[in-house]
Each structure stands twice: as structure tokens, then as C-alpha cells.
Design a binder for this molecule. Structure first.
Ligand code: CDP
Length: 222
């Protein structure tokens, strides 16, 4: 059960992953998969059910029980949890504050990774997250790590009108024991501080072509 082509885009908060991954998927005719949305969905459900998110056992029990599903609809991942569509709630202040507590729990990561691998089986996908190149799809030759200076990232998040302590979240995501945010071996790092989204997309396309992957090569195999 593996995907066809997987392009892994990892990096810290506000490094440009989501916009770049979505635009890149469009350019290549691939599906766009947002793994962070799954961590956010579990977090939202835990908060909604009054679960103590700082208690790993309580979070594990919630994750075991919840019916989490990922589907590719209109070439993008869509999440449901216990038959709710959590999408309007995923970027609330409460979820921003709690998501790193939930994502550090090993069983949560196992459940999400299983759903994600099922969801993309046999498809060409661009997947964004923290551990996509290092843990979820380590076999893919197409791994990128986007980064930007802390100042630029804080500015970008403020411009999105979100209250999000990204420095705290990055610290938690990088220091956790299970699947911490790391630059995967062989991942290509791109500093996006001074680049626009289209510039980053072009840079990635250039590097993919150098590795033998382009829309034409993918389509010609069909
Ligand atoms: O884009 P942004 O940094 O706001 O966050 P996101 O990609 O929506 O991810 C939200 C949180 O989910 C991260 O801070 C991590 O705690 C967690 N996450 C993770 O642990 N592993 C992933 N593959 C994706 C997200």
C-alpha cells in the first residue's frame, strides 16, 4: 500500500509549506495532502470533548476511539472526525495552542500515519508536514525542507491574522521524542525568507526536473 509519486514538503510553522505544496500540486497535476490538518482535527475533537490534552493517556484513548478519515476530494485531502467536518475550527487559537501536545503522543502519530498512507495509496501526491520525508514516506526521493528566519515566519503568521505562538510550537515539535521536526537525510533545504511563493515553486520544479520528475514524465507513463 504505497503512493505512486510522493513529494514531501516539511518545515516549521509559517515556512510557506501550505501555499507552496498546494501550488506545486496544481502545477504537477498531483493531489495536495495537508498532514497538519489531521493533527489539528484530533486536537479540535479532544478540546470539544473536554479531554485533558496535556495527558498523553487521555489523548491516546481519544485517538483510539475517534473515527478519523482522510479522503482525496477535488485533488485535496479532506478530513472528517466522528462524522464532523472540523475544517472551520482547525486554525482557532485553542487548536494552535494545544496541537503540539496532541501531536507528541506516539499513538496519535501511528493512527494518523496509517490513515494518511491509506488515503494516498496509488496516487501522485504532494504531502506537507513535519515528518513526511523522515518518517511517513522515507523512501521517496523527492524531499524538501522549507525554512525561513524566525522574524519572517512570525510576520507571515501575523499577516494571516492568527494568534499563534509559532516559536513555542516549533520548540515543542523539534524537541519531542517521536518523529521530531528534523531535516530528513537527503532532503533539499530551501530558505524561503526572501522568496515569493511562485519563486519557491519554480525552484522546487527545477530541482524535481533535475531528478527526472516533471508533469510530462509522470503523464507519459500513464
Ligand atoms: O502550518 P502550521 O505550522 O501552522 O501547522 P500545521 O502544518 O497545520 O501543523 C500543526 C501542528 O501539527 C504542528 O505544529 C505539529 O505539532 C503537528 N504536525 C506534526 O506533528 N506532524 C506533521 N506531519 C504535521 C503536523
Amino acid at each position: 500500500m504505497s503512493a505512486d509519486h510522493v513529494i514531501a514538503i516539511d518545515g516549521p510553522a509559517a515556512s510557506g509549506k501550505s501555499s507552496v505544496a498546494r501550488a506545486l500540486a496544481k502545477r504537477l497535476g498531483f493531489c495536495y495532502v495537508n498532514s497538519g490538518a489531521m493533527y489539528r482535527a484530533v486536537t479540535w475533537r479532544a478540546l470539544q470533548r473536554g479531554i485533558a490534552v496535556q495527558d498523553p493517556d487521555a489523548v491516546t484513548a481519544l485517538a483510539e476511539e475517534a473515527r478519523l478519515a482522510c479522503a482525496l476530494i477535488n485533488d485535496e485531502s479532506r478530513i472528517s472526525i466522528d462524522n464532523f467536518d472540523p475544517s472551520p475550527h482547525l486554525h482557532s487559537d485553542e487548536v494552535n495552542r494545544a496541537v503540539s501536545l496532541v501531536s507528541r503522543v506516539p499513538r496519535v502519530r501511528e493512527i494518523i500515519n496509517l490513515q494518511m498512507r491509506r488515503c494516498v495509496a496509488g496516487r501522485d501526491v504532494v504531502v506537507e508536514g513535519r515528518d513526511i520525508g523522515s518518517v511517513v514516506f522515507p523512501e521517496t526521493p523527492f524531499k524538501f525542507f522549507l525554512d525561513a528566519s524566525p522574524e519572517v515566519r512570525a510576520r507571515r503568521r501575523n499577516a494571516q491574522g492568527q494568534r499563534d505562538e509559532i516559536a513555542m510550537r516549533d520548540q515543542a515539535d523539534s524537541s519531542r521524542q517521536t518523529a521530531p521536526l528534523v531535516i530528513a537525510p537527503a532532503a533539499e533545504r530551501i530558505d524561503t525568507s526572501a522568496l515569493t511563493i511562485p519563486e519557491v515553486v519554480e525552484e522546487i520544479l527545477k530541482r524535481l526536473r533535475a531528478k527526472g520528475l516533471s508533469r510530462a514524465t509522470v503523464n507519459s507513463r500513464r
